[in-house]
Structure formats: structure tokens, C-alpha cells
Design a protein around this ligand. Sequence first.
Ligand SMILES: C[S@@+](CC[C@H](N)C(=O)[O-])C[C@H]1O[C@@H](n2cnc3c(N)ncnc32)[C@H](O)[C@@H]1O
Length: 220
Amino acid sequence: MTVDTNAQETDYQFTNSWFVGNIPVWQQILDRNKPKKILEIGSFEGRSTCFLIEVCTKNSDESIDVTCIDTWQGGIEHQKGGGAEASMSDVEQRFDHNIALVQSRVAHRAKVRKLKKLSYEGLSELMANGGVGTFDFVYIDGSHQAPDVLTDAVMSFYLLKPQGIMIFDDYLWSMDRPGFQDVLKMPKPAIDAFMNIFQRKMVVFSGAPIGQLYCRKISD
Ligand SMILES: C[S@@+](CC[C@H](N)C(=O)[O-])C[C@H]1O[C@@H](n2cnc3c(N)ncnc32)[C@H](O)[C@@H]1O
């Protein structure tokens, strides 16, 4: 295992840099929108979670609230032969370490709720417990299988406040090579279906070459 720590991130335990390319666009979006109640589907080692906490606590005088849903069992890409193999129990330990570290750095102004569940189970729990229409920001980066992504998008829509931001990761991701892709194992068909059907309720405000899609809820 290579633990990537650089001067800015001393003591964090990150083993990949998937998220790093998103930082310039995210910084602008977070500075402009200042979310305080955040939902993340797919947290892994907490790299995106720690970035959200660092920036959003700086942007707010009040404490912020972050809910992380993850099975910590990995997707198919984290299993043997999947290209991003990982021991998920180690990943979860690094998540716990990284979250404790960032919370200490921001003087515990970030409340983090960890829901170790399948995303539809965690999202149902949030809905059943008064979460509908309360989140400022949702990051969808869990399973990359089309049925799961569509379910995450639709359920998250109802948890999002009007004007809330939804970001999809890995819009163009596939495990298969071009020309041989199984569309049901990719996020793109699910994200396209969701955005087409919710086009009077969601608007895309940016798409980045790094393969993320940025949208805003414009109507209930
Ligand atoms: C790509 S990683 C998330 C990366 C993280 N957002 C970051 O930037 O470092 C995807 C995560 O989604 C989780 N996951 C996959 N399928 C899931 C599902 N159906 N429900 C909940 N979590 C899931 C995996 O366990 C994995 O930790």
C-alpha cells in the first residue's frame, strides 16, 4: 500500500488521487454556494469528504453537517481483477482516521454521520427521518452500475433543497474498452435518463473534461 501524504495533507492516509483533479472546480462551486448540509454517496477513504469539510467549514461561521453513505465493501472495480482492488476493511479504517483528523483540524465544527449501508437503504433512512428537502449538496460517487446510479439520483433529488447542488462523478466511467461497453454497468445511461426525465426540475450548470456533471435543483 502506498500512502500518499504531501505537505498540505500531512497525516492523512490516502492511497489514490482520483479526487485531486476535481479540486479547482469544486473550490469555485463550494465558495459560491456555501453548503452546510452535505450528503455523500460513496466515501471510500474520505478524500472528497475531507476536502468538503475543510472548505465548507472555512466558508461558514456555523458548524456543518456531513452524511456519508458507503457499504465499505467496494464496487466491482474494487474486487479482484476490477482494476482498483482494495482491502475494504483497511479503506474503512483509513476513512475513520482521516475523518477524525479533519474534525480535529476544524475544531470539530463538522458533524459527520456515517451510514454503513447500501445507498438505497441509507437514503430511505434519511427520507424516513425528516431528510426530504433538507440537503444543500449531494455528491453521487457510490456504485457505478446504471440501476444503482439511477436509484441514487432519484432518491437524492427528493433529499435536496431547491437550488441545491448535485454532482455526479465518473460520468464517462466504464470497466470495458470503448466499443465493448456494457451500458448497464456504466453511470452515463443512468445520469442521462435522470437528467432527461427531471429536465424541468434539474439543470446542468457545468460539465467538466474530468468527467463530472454539475447540476442544480430548480423546482420540486
Ligand atoms: C469511487 S469510491 C468513492 C470515492 C470517494 N468519493 C473519493 O473521492 O475518494 C466508491 C465507493 O462507493 C461504495 N459503494 C459502491 N457501491 C455501493 C452501494 N451500492 N451502496 C453504498 N456504497 C457503495 C464503495 O464501497 C466505495 O467506497
